[in-house]
Design a protein around this ligand. Sequence first.
Ligand SMILES: [Zn+2]
Length: 276
Amino acid sequence: MRVHHLNTGTMCPHGQRFVNGAGSPFRRARLICHSLLLELPDGLALVDGGLGTGDLADPARLGRSWVWQAKPRLDPAEPALAQVRALGFDPRDVRHLILTHLDLDHAGCVPDFPWATVHVHARELAAAHARPTARERWRYVAAQLPDPARCHTYADGGDTWRGLDGVRALGDLHPDVLLVPLPGHTAGHCGVAVRSDHGWLFHAGDSFFFHGQIAPTPHAPLALRYFQRRADTDRPARRANQDRVRALALAHPDVRVFSGHDPVAFDAAVAAAAAR
Ligand SMILES: [Zn+2]
């Protein structure tokens, strides 16, 4: 399976050193939204979708405080819809949106591909639509959320993949695309495992934020540690699942493990693809 790595939303918050772990405290940091475009035999699938064209047209819907803190670049070339077209594909061929979770910086693609089936964990869809607390109202943007009628939802369990519980995201037709429940950041947060032409990829969503968190001696910059705690829905579960992802990365160096917003892992994946 051919896989494209796309950055579907650059964010430039203050404090480069405290966000990216190096550089100046006075310069802007760089975070990205890591998406994958999968070329399946019967169409295309998008794994996570950053910010969408509707978000760029109306950034206020993302919430004033999020825009102020994250400082999204809002570049019209970045939404998945624009990048699918730039790669020469017909957006109508995007049949599936496989989402690690429904936070506003992952679900922006949903309104841009209204014909696509949305694959998401059942707990995530329920939490996003319920939006019971101020925190959920902040993180889930109503204008992005998929109508449950166009969703295929998943429960825990099913298959085992590299020691983690997973479930085939696109049915038996595509056994090499798995949703791996990793709750904690949100109620139904998942990772997505994909077998590409060049080996397994594991998109760990927001189960960790910085490549150093899955190193043998885990570490992360101050601002990312703060953000991670503030965004937790279930801290013990988030910690346990981050440990599982680290164990996966250390035990299976053949798997390319990356998270949703780390520019270092994104640049490495793009460079590896360009070198082939
Ligand atoms: Zn995120």
